[in-house]
Ligand binder design. Structure first.
Ligand SMILES: NC(=O)c1ccc[n+]([C@@H]2O[C@H](COP(=O)([O-])OP(=O)(O)OC[C@H]3O[C@@H](n4cnc5c(N)ncnc54)[C@H](O)[C@@H]3O)[C@@H](O)[C@H]2O)c1
Length: 262
């Protein structure tokens, strides 16, 4: 085990699978205690296996990040067991898409409830907790997306929700600079996770493609030549959470094999 996150306590939302679970495993590997929150009442089998191998440094707390009282309860329960939170990996999100003229209020409300409202209030409440506990060594890593860097005809609400994450990252970084709490974001490109099964099926429907074709094409289009694995996000997630990034704040780091240059 390395020790780049020794003595830290990370709260990771939406981390029962996909990128969040890979980052939880990486944070544990670097010495952090980890609280994982996700919407399911029970941990996924993958998370259950990680809980079994780290019973003293990992806990799972079912939480719906759209519910303010549940966010408060999450912070209370997380800190009761593992002490003050030093790292927030703010990762929970949903994906949906439709042609712009066919997209409807329910889709907008659902995506913005999790990706924007949930992400903002988890961040705000954890930042308040960090300030109250002295803020030393504290950092937030928000999960944005290359979708937040530009619009897409079929993906307007998800793109807008991730642009909001980039904007909130910048505002929060400035608001927290006096406390020396750093707030950054990671902008993945295309990463093979459970979310992509859903993304691929929707593109198949709207672009009249066979299942699997969109996933294959976007992977081949990445300059580095392949779709990322959740573990491809871990290096950036560790760096931004660690004291090695002590002079890095307000940034959104592209981790996308070269898809976006900014
Ligand atoms: N996979 C990609 O290609 C990709 C690309 C860019 C950005 N991202 C972003 O990376 C992050 C992780 O995505 P992923 O690909 O691992 O997807 P994922 O679907 O595996 O993970 C998202 C998690 O969020 C959880 N979640 C959803 N609603 C919730 C709620 N109300 N409360 C608590 N948890 C909730 C889900 O249960 C799920 O475990 C997301 O923010 C996503 O937008 C993913």
């Amino acid at each position: 085990m390395s020790s780049r996150l020794q003595d830290k306590h990370a709260l990771l939302t939406g981390a029962a699978g996909g990128i969040g679970l890979a980052v939880a495993a990486a944070y544990l590997e670097q010495g952090s205690r980890c609280t994982v929150a996700d919407i399911g009442a029970q941990p996924t089998p993958e998370l259950a296996a990680l809980l079994d191998s780290h019973p003293d440094r990992l806990q799972y707390l079912p939480t719906d990040v759209t519910q303010m009282a549940q966010i408060d309860a999450l912070i209370d329960a997380a800190t009761q067991r593992f002490g003050p939170i030093s790292t927030l990996f703010n990762n929970a999100a949903l994906f949906d898409m439709a042609p712009l003229l066919e997209s409807h209020e329910a889709m907008y409300d659902k995506l913005f409830a999790v990706n924007v409202k949930g992400a903002f209030f988890v961040m705000q409440k954890v930042l308040a907790h960090m300030v109250a506990h002295g803020a030393k060594g504290c950092a937030v890593v928000n999960m944005a997306s290359q979708a937040g860097r530009r619009g897409e005809a079929l993906v307007s609400h998800y793109c807008a929700s991730k642009a909001a994450v980039i904007s909130y990252t910048q505002s929060a970084a400035l608001a927290m600079a006096p406390h020396k709490i750093r707030v950054n974001a990671i902008s993945p490109g295309v990463i093979a996770t459970p979310m992509w099964q859903h993304v691929d099926a929707l593109f198949a429907k709207y672009e009249n493609l066979p299942l699997g074709e969109k996933k294959k094409r976007v992977g081949e289009a990445v300059p580095l030549g392949y779709m990322g694995d959740p573990t491809d996000i871990c290096g950036a997630a560790i760096f931004l959470a660690s004291d090695e990034a002590s002079y890095v704040t307000a940034q959104t780091l592209n981790v996308d094999g070269g898809n976006v240059m900014s």
